[in-house]
Ligand binder design. Structure first.
Ligand SMILES: Cc1ncc(C[n+]2csc(CCOP(=O)(O)OP(=O)(O)O)c2C)c(N)n1
Length: 703
């Protein structure tokens, strides 16, 4: 950037617009100062400022429409959110963590704004995750344009709407941005990216962060992406730049990225001291580019604002902030009893009776793959908002080839025929981007679509972990029930296939059952897979649907098609076998192994009762309790590794709540604490076998 700072020229913009913009910028600055004061007085608990970003913020907001476009701002976007319609009081209520903080009800740090009405989507603190949500929101827009019946059901859709997302220069290093740019450019999605480059990510300068020190230089050759660069401290230049970008996006020419050079004259947050890594010279250079004083200088020089008008404006701003601060400081704090509210939907309970719908069987027995596919077909037929995407899930991406081939439909063929039947808008392939699949699905779900996405193998879910743990599962809770993102992640899981080895055989469900806000289910039969998947799709919260791939095509777990309304409520285990001597609490691939073991045990006079949990979060404590009270001996058996596993949780609770009913210690049978190896002899040694179940039960019975 040039070191000499040109004076802004207000030509072409109305006086009203310029003074209005200045007012918001000044208000934003003074509000930051007020929050800093409150933090120093220990009346707020955190502060992060938008200082230095005000010009590009306000310029951008002036080109966008509240309650019409969609906004995914980051924590420096105070001036943006004020211009879009949030109030000073809204912001200060979050600073003090008030009960009536409209963004989060006292759950999130300040500067994590949310407004359902304005379409400001709740943000996390994770740098970069939000870009995928914006792409998903834009993908929803494209979907609504293509699938009219879905658009008719949308709560808000406009053919030229824009999804705005902003991020810092540091956040551009996150993989999510590259996944987002790749997909949004390829699909010409209506996303407006604004990179607010203040030269530092906490203490790391941009030339260390980014190859060549310029994000716009790196991305300028993305097809369909309009890349523009501006001095984001110059309001007029910013306003003109954003105007061009927004026009490109509204006209559906593709996404646009604005690289706006701004400053961060205050420390990163009040927990940081920038003097530790920025010299006095650097700080003085930055101060010269202060966007608020630059615009003021322009207004004064061009005689758009008299001294008196300026004084009035400043007085009104101070008054507004003081009045809001008084209210915020007097506001009621949140009550501790409410802390568990809105982890899940308060109105749709997937354990309720309405999700208990009997089967109407017809046809020959079908495999689990067939009945999952049948459920997807039924649900896509019932609701045009159900959309399926993932890696290889389509039959054939190139439609002109579709008639000439049989179609792929997933590496396990679970989604076979969906693209051919419902069209490429409703079932399509995604790049290999697990974070992208989940993050985009989240953005679509926010807009009322019901994505059912596939992660090709459970072993590869990990890039999506940030999206699952920090975004998907948390959205409803952190926005105090303002936003929700109900969707289904289907993924094949587990081993027993021989040859799957480390990267195609992993289990790991307990890592996900540990996440509040995420439902986790794992069927063991074709019928249960069909009924549970339907419940998952019709429920109102995110569901991780784990499909033991070893069970996909077994003959012993087949079932006739149960009809298009068959549903099994979550949290209801199945009594897979009745017995009186001990209880095996199990699920997934261990259900059939336990049944086989029970036959052998019966020959020795031991009657094992087997509970197939089916649903892991929530799980059926009632049935477990009833069974244990009857048999007084329990084995928890699962395919996942032993230590810190799902069985540990059940065993702990049994010890805690049913100790008096136990005649033996609770036993666990699980995989060894190691990875699944390639050679079948090694795999067998790691995963629990029928003989292991028999042995564990005999020991338990003999105790
Ligand atoms: C994924 C993630 N990693 C690390 C952090 C900690 N952190 C918070 S802000 C920040 C720097 C972000 O820099 P930049 O994107 O340039 O934005 P700026 O704060 O400079 O406006 C970091 C590393 C985080 N919040 N999220």
């Amino acid at each position: 950037m040039a070191t000499t700072i040109p004076i802004q020229k207000a030509s072409g913009l109305s006086r009203e617009l310029l003074i209005g913009a200045y007012r918001t910028m000044y208000l934003s600055r003074r509000l930051d100062d007020k929050e800093i004061q409150l933090k120093r007085q220990n009346r707020a608990y955190f502060q992060i400022s938008g200082v230095g970003h005000e010009a590009i913020n306000v310029a951008t907001a002036l080109h966008l429409k509240p309650s019409y476009d969609w906004f995914f701002p980051y924590y420096r976007d105070r001036a943006f959110c004020l211009q879009i319609g949030m109030t000073v009081l809204d912001m200060l209520l979050q600073s003090v963590g008030a009960k009536n903080d409209p963004s989060s009800g006292g759950r999130q740090m300040p500067s994590h704004w949310s407004s359902k009405k304005l379409h400001i989507v709740s943000q996390s603190s994770a740098t970069g995750t939000q870009v995928l949500h914006a792409v998903g929101a834009a993908e929803a827009s494209q979907y609504f344009s293509a699938v009219r019946e879905a658009a008719e059901l949308a709560s808000s859709f406009h053919a030229d709407e824009v999804a705005y997302v902003s991020l810092g220069d540091g956040a551009t290093s996150e993989g999510e941005l590259w996944e987002a740019l790749n997909w949004s450019a390829n699909r010409k999605l209506p996303v407006l990216y604004v990179v607010e480059d203040n030269g530092y990510a906490i203490s790391v300068p941009v030339d260390v962060q980014t190859a060549g020190g310029s994000i716009s230089r790196l991305v300028k050759d993305f097809p369909n992406l309009l890349t523009l660069e501006c001095d984001g401290t110059d309001f007029v230049e910013s306003y003109e730049t954003v105007g061009k970008a927004v026009e490109h996006v509204r006209r559906r020419k593709g996404p646009a990225l604005i690289h706006a050079h701004v400053i961060r004259p205050y420390s990163h947050s009040l927990s940081d001291d920038e003097r530790l890594y920025k010299s006095e010279e650097v700080r003085q250079e930055e101060a010269k580019r202060d966007p608020v004083s630059r615009l003021l200088k322009c207004l004064v020089q061009e005689r758009l604002l008299t001294e008196k008008e300026l004084k009035d404006l400043e007085t009104r701003v101070e008054k507004e902030i003081r009045a809001a601060a008084d209210k915020a400081l007097a506001a009621e704090p949140p009550s501790p009893e409410t802390v568990m509210l809105y982890i899940y939907s308060p109105t749709v309970d997937p354990c309720a009776e309405r999700f208990d719908h009997p089967p109407k069987f017809h046809g020959e027995p079908k495999t689990m793959v067939d009945l999952i596919n049948a459920c997807l077909r039924d649900e896509m037929t019932r609701d045009p908002r159900v959309v399926v995407f993932g890696e290889d899930v389509a039959d054939c991406s190139h439609e002109d080839e579709l008639a000439k081939v049989k179609g792929k439909g997933g590496v396990f063929k679970v989604t076979h025929g969906l693209q051919r039947h419902f069209g490429s808008a409703r079932c399509y392939n995604s790049p290999i981007t697990e974070a992208g699949i989940v993050g985009r699905a989240l953005g679509m779900a926010l807009r009322g679509l019901k994505p059912v996405v596939e992660i090709q193998f459970f072993d590869y879910i990990w890039p999506a972990m940030m999206q699952i743990r920090d975004e998907l599962a948390v959205m409803r809770w952190r926005s105090d029930n303002g936003f929700s993102c109900p969707l289904v992640i289907r993924t094949p899981i587990g081993g027993y296939l021989a040859g799957g080895s480390i990267y195609h055989s992993q289990s790991g469900e307990s890592i996900f059952t540990h996440i509040p806000g995420l439902r986790v289910v794992m069927p063991a039969t074709a019928l249960d897979a069909n009924g549970l998947l339907r419940t998952a799709i019709r429920a109102a919260d995110p569901v991780l649907f784990l499909e033991p791939k070893h069970l996909y095509r077994q003959t012993y777990n087949r079932s006739p098609y149960p009809g298009p309304d068959y549903m099994i409520p979550f949290g209801k285990a199945k009594l897979a076998r009745e017995g009186s001597d001990l209880t095996i609490v199990t699920y997934g691939s261990l259900v059939n192994r336990s049944l086989q073991a029970a036959k052998a045990l019966a020959e020795e006079g031991i009657q094992a009762e087997i509970l197939d949990l089916r649903s892991l979060n929530p799980y059926d404590w009632e049935l477990i309790s009833a069974s244990v009270k009857k048999t007084n001996r329990v084995l928890v058996a699962h395919e996942d590794t032993l230590s810190w596993g799902f069985g540990a949780e059940i065993a702990a609770r049994l010890g805690d709540e049913l100790f008096d009913f136990l005649d033996a210690p609770v036993r666990r049978l699980a995989a060894k604490d190691v990875y699944v190896p390639y050679h079948p002899l090694l795999e067998d040694a790691v995963l629990p076998q029928v003989a292991d179940v028999v042995r564990a039960c005999k020991e338990l019975a003999a105790y």
